[in-house]
Design a binder for this molecule. Structure first.
Ligand SMILES: NC(=O)c1ccc[n+]([C@@H]2O[C@H](COP(=O)([O-])OP(=O)(O)OC[C@H]3O[C@@H](n4cnc5c(N)ncnc54)[C@H](OP(=O)(O)O)[C@@H]3O)[C@@H](O)[C@H]2O)c1
Length: 318
């Protein structure tokens, strides 16, 4: 494995001096054909630094579209709260939502209140409305649903009225009312416009779709994010579950064991987060067992460039 093949080192290498860590890690990596994660032996989570600040985030977060849109049903809300509890218990930080996601925001608020507002939370919200005045009211309503004093990250959802919203969000960041500003898209939509925003605006984050089958962002968006030092959030890592359903029942190839995957979900997540431009992926789930499995992808070795290519080719051929 040469440097060009090697995924960017995770932000932390623990208490061990970097050089010593590299020496021991390299031997294990070369033996396994994969680059080991930071402090994998100690079982610590793999983190990546947000380029604009250096703050470390675990490479797996939690989405909320559909899965947390459970209405007012108390049992369903408690069940979602258990997913959030398991997420934090496994070391999770970023939860992503949007006013577009039905009752997901109050569901998250219910869970956070029940868990007494875990300090680890990294709240990622969106503004999704055509005008700035409406945006201010919407963000405040979102904040009240979550029960937080401010959001860590506010993203312009699907680029809607980004020219109007972004100046306002930068002002809020400067005033300490937000910590980071971003934009989102999904399913390959409006990539040229995303690139334009990435080139011209001082955003901290971009959120895009990326998975074993949808790899268009590898061509321009991910390299541009590295060049412009913009953090990348991966949505739809499982194609809204369709990718995992299509792989169900298919035996895991031998490489899965090399990178410590217990199933296709972890393989798909390790593929997404091992791209050197990616900061984190945000799979959504209603199930405690699944959130634990997904967080397991933030531990152990990650595939190197050669293995990533094999993974994508194998899945494309299935
Ligand atoms: N434009 C945007 O800003 C945008 C667009 C799309 C998505 N997003 C964000 O990205 C998040 C993720 O995308 P997504 O929700 O569309 O799709 P996804 O995370 O790719 O897939 C979610 C589906 O995968 C299943 N799943 C999760 N973990 C699993 C596991 N370990 N094993 C088997 N099945 C598993 C879930 O079912 P179970 O409940 O049965 O686990 C759920 O149906 C969204 O929730 C949202 O926060 C943003």
């Amino acid at each position: 494995m040469n440097d060009a093949d090697r995924p960017e080192l995770p932000a932390r290498v623990g208490a061990m001096p970097r050089r010593a860590w590299l020496a021991t890690a390299a031997a294990a990596a070369l033996a396994a054909g994969a680059w080991p994660a930071s402090r994998a032996a100690a079982g610590d989570l793999i983190t990546r630094a947000i380029p604009s600040s250096g703050e470390a985030l675990p490479v797996v977060g939690l989405g909320s579209w559909i899965t947390f849109n459970v209405g007012n049903d108390p049992a369903a809300r408690d069940s979602s709260a258990e997913v959030v509890r398991a997420f934090f218990a496994a070391g999770g930080r970023m939860i992503d939502s949007s006013p577009m996601y039905g009752s997901s925001q109050p569901t998250i608020g219910h869970a956070l209140a029940k868990l007494k507002h875990p300090a680890a939370l990294f709240s990622a919200e969106k503004v999704w409305i055509g005008d700035v005045a409406g945006g201010a009211a919407q963000m405040e309503a979102s904040r009240l649903h979550w029960g937080v004093t401010r959001f860590d990250l506010m993203q312009v959802h699907n680029l809607l009225a980004w020219r109007e919203h972004l100046p306002r969000l930068f002002e809020m960041k400067a005033a300490g009312r937000l910590r980071y500003v971003g934009i989102t898209t999904s399913e390959g939509r409006r990539h040229a416009e995303i690139e334009n925003v990435m080139r011209t605006q001082p955003i901290d984050f971009v959120q895009i779709s990326y998975n074993l089958l949808d790899r268009e962002v590898e061509q321009r968006i991910l390299p541009l994010a590295q060049e412009r030092r913009i953090a990348v959030i991966v949505n739809r890592p499982f194609r809204e579950g369709a990718l995992l359903r299509s792989l169900r029942g298919r035996p895991l190839p031998g490489w899965a064991a090399e990178i410590g995957c217990d199933g296709w979900a972890q393989a798909a997540l390790k593929f997404a987060v091992s791209h050197p431009a990616v900061t984190c992926a945000i799979p959504a789930t209603r199930q405690v067992a699944h959130v634990r499995q997904n967080m397991g992808a933030a531990r152990g070795p990650l595939p190197d460039a050669a293995l990533r290519a094999r993974m994508a080719a194998d899945v494309a051929a299935m």
